[in-house]
Each structure stands twice: as structure tokens, then as C-alpha cells.
Design a protein around this ligand. Structure first.
Ligand code: UGA
Ligand code: MN
Length: 329
């Protein structure tokens, strides 16, 4: 009898040990990584802009996501198919000047951190410049490089800027989505000298038709903003031409791709357009004030700044090339 019990015990012993070891290992699983992640890190950028877009509702991406999966024990519910992340199309007019590459560098450094962003860079030039072509090739961003020159007669102080370039961007967008059912997308006009927070892109991504938000350092004030009551825009806080139907800067709104496609004639107009009225003239064609979607906590947060770069002092620049090397700046 005793020997039977002994033999049973020795047969069971290894199994008991295995169960104990497994339970022990399970409780010692690594804690979630404490490695700091970029605040709004929407993807992990790889060479040439390879990226894992952040899925809505998931605070993690890239390595974090995998680690999270391993940490969960027990059977997993089947993953829900998530709707695709709307692409943000940023149309940037740009022109040749000493600070151009610096401006584009700042912009690319921001855009590179935004998931699913397509940069439409439109040069105000008769041809694509080598500087911008080289720059874009190395920017690590999905992009489209267009060009259209502003007719000379419109290159005067007091006249609106970048009309032709923004229209070229709109035309490209409409052409690209001509035949296919439009993928979800959001259009935003991103001048090359402004400053954009990453949070701004999270806000605009959910634009259903036309969304609006405050802009800092514009209109002769610290900021301009849409005034919101009960979730609706009811007026404008502005210090400049309050009579504008949409008293908002170009950096203060985004439009869904669907709205752009269903209003194929909506463009920026030269005829009769004054500086400062371009935004209103465009928005009038596609929406109404009542329809606007306020973003940035009911338009109480500044997430974009209308910064302007000082003209550089080149007083000591030699007339003829003196240096032994030629350097792109
Ligand atoms: C303000 C608005 O914020 C602009 O959106 C608007 O286009 C402009 O006024 C206007 O007057 O039309 P502001 O800072 O005065 O902006 O203008 P810029 O930043 O000098 O130009 C706006 C954009 O157009 C920039 O991306 C700039 O690179 C581009 N641009 C400017 C050109 O493509 N060609 C030009 O000759 C000048
Ligand atoms: Mn500007």
C-alpha cells in the first residue's frame, strides 16, 4: 500500500512542480514599458516614412502595442475591424526665399509625427525647384509636389497670396479622387510659416464637414476665435474686420474631403478678393456658420499660431560667390 502511494506521489510530483513554475512565471510578467513615448506619437516612423498608424482609441502603437498584447492573459476577444483613419491632406503653398528650407524643415518635423498625413506642397514657381524636390525626397513623408506660378500682376503688396497654389492643391485632390469612392479624408491649408501643435491634427481628424478652432497671434490680437454657444458657432472674437462672414484665418479651419468633392466648383478667387477675405470667400461656397463644428474644447484652446518669420539680414552677403564651396541653405 505504502509503495503504491509513493509511486503515485512521484508520478504527480513533476506535474505539480510544472504548475507551480507556470503560475510563478505568469505573475512575474513584465510590467508595461515605462519608456517615454512621444506625447502624441501616432506611429513609429521608419525609413522612407514607413509607419504604423495609430488606431482610434488605442493609446499605443508600434512596439507598445505588441507588448500590451503579451501582457493580457486569458482568451482574447476577436479584434474588431476598425474604420480606416481619415487621411489628413495638408496643402502648403511655398515660395523661394532665404528662409524657405528652414520653414519647410520645421513643417516636415511636425508632419512626420502625424499618422496618415499626405503633404501637398505647391511651389509658387514656373517649375519644381531642385531645393524643394531634394528636400521632399528626404523628408520621409507621403507627399505630392506641385507647382504653379502666381501671375506677376498679382505679386503686389496688398493682394491675396497663394490663391493659385491652393487651387492647384484642390484640383489635385479632386482629380485623385475622381473615380474612386472617396476614402475618408480631411483637408487643411497649412502655410509654411505657421506653428502647428500635434494636438491640432487629432482635433481636425474628426471633421465631418467643416471644423473650426482658434488661431494664435493673428488679427492684431493674441488670438482670434469662433465664439461658441451650446456647441454652435454664434460669432467671432476678432480685432480685425469683424464684418467678415467667417472671421477666421486660413489656419483656423479644416474641410472634409467629401465636402471638397461634392462642391467641385469651390475655389479661391482672384476676382474681387481682398487679403483677409479669402477664407470667407472660400468657406461661403461650401458651408454656413451654423454648420461649423467647433474643435479645441469649444474653441477655447490655441493649437496653431500664425507665426511670421522675420526677413533675414543678408546685408553682408557678397555680390558674387566667394566661398570655395557651394552650399544649399
Ligand atoms: C495671411 C494668411 O494667414 C494667409 O493664409 C493668406 O494667404 C495671406 O495672409 C494673404 O495675404 O493672402 P501671411 O502670413 O500674411 O498670411 O502670408 P504669408 O505667410 O506670407 O503667405 C501665405 C502662404 O503663401 C505661405 O505658405 C507662403 O509661403 C505662400 N506664398 C506667399 C506664396 O506661395 N507666394 C508668395 O508670393 C507669397
Ligand atoms: Mn504667414
Amino acid at each position: 500500500m505504502k509503495s503504491v502511494l509513493f509511486s503515485r506521489f512521484f508520478i504527480l510530483l513533476p506535474w505539480i512542480l510544472i504548475v507551480i513554475i507556470m503560475l510563478d512565471v505568469d505573475t512575474r510578467r513584465p510590467a508595461p514599458s515605462l519608456t517615454p513615448r512621444p506625447y502624441f506619437s501616432p506611429y513609429v516612423a521608419g525609413r522612407g516614412g514607413a509607419r504604423l498608424p495609430l488606431r482610434r482609441g488605442s493609446p499605443d502603437s508600434g512596439p507598445g502595442r505588441g507588448a500590451q498584447k503579451r501582457n493580457q492573459s486569458g482568451p482574447q476577444p476577436p479584434p474588431q475591424p476598425e474604420p480606416p483613419l481619415p487621411t489628413i491632406y495638408a496643402i502648403t503653398p511655398t515660395y523661394s526665399r532665404p528662409v524657405q528650407k528652414a520653414e519647410l524643415t520645421r513643417l516636415a518635423n511636425t508632419f512626420r509625427q502625424v499618422a496618415q498625413l499626405h503633404w501637398i506642397l505647391v511651389e509658387d514657381a514656373a517649375a519644381r525647384s531642385e531645393l524643394v524636390s531634394r528636400f521632399l525626397a528626404r523628408a520621409g513623408l507621403p507627399s505630392t509636389h506641385l507647382h504653379v506660378p502666381t501671375p506677376r500682376r498679382y505679386k503686389r503688396p496688398g493682394l491675396p497670396r497663394a490663391t493659385e497654389q491652393r487651387n492647384a492643391g484642390l484640383a489635385w485632390l479632386r482629380q485623385r479622387h475622381q473615380h474612386q469612392r472617396a476614402q475618408p479624408g480631411v483637408l487643411f491649408f497649412a502655410d509654411d510659416d505657421n506653428t502647428y501643435s500635434l494636438e491640432l491634427f487629432q482635433e481636425m481628424r474628426t471633421t465631418r464637414k467643416v471644423s473650426v478652432w482658434p488661431v494664435g497671434l493673428v488679427g492684431g490680437r493674441r488670438y482670434e476665435r469662433p465664439l461658441v454657444e451650446n456647441g454652435k458657432v454664434v460669432g467671432w472674437y476678432t480685432g480685425w474686420r469683424a464684418d467678415r462672414p467667417f472671421a477666421i484665418d486660413m489656419a483656423g479651419f479644416a474641410v472634409s474631403l467629401q465636402v471638397i468633392l461634392s462642391n467641385p466648383k469651390a475655389v479661391f478667387k482672384r476676382h474681387g478678393s481682398q487679403p483677409g477675405m479669402q477664407e470667407s470667400d472660400f468657406l461661403k461656397q461650401i458651408t454656413t456658420v451654423e454648420e461649423l463644428e467647433p474643435k479645441a474644447n469649444n474653441c477655447t484652446k490655441v493649437l496653431v499660431w500664425h507665426t511670421r518669420t522675420e526677413k533675414v539680414n543678408l546685408a553682408n552677403e557678397p555680390k558674387y560667390h566667394l566661398d570655395t564651396v557651394k552650399i544649399e541653405v
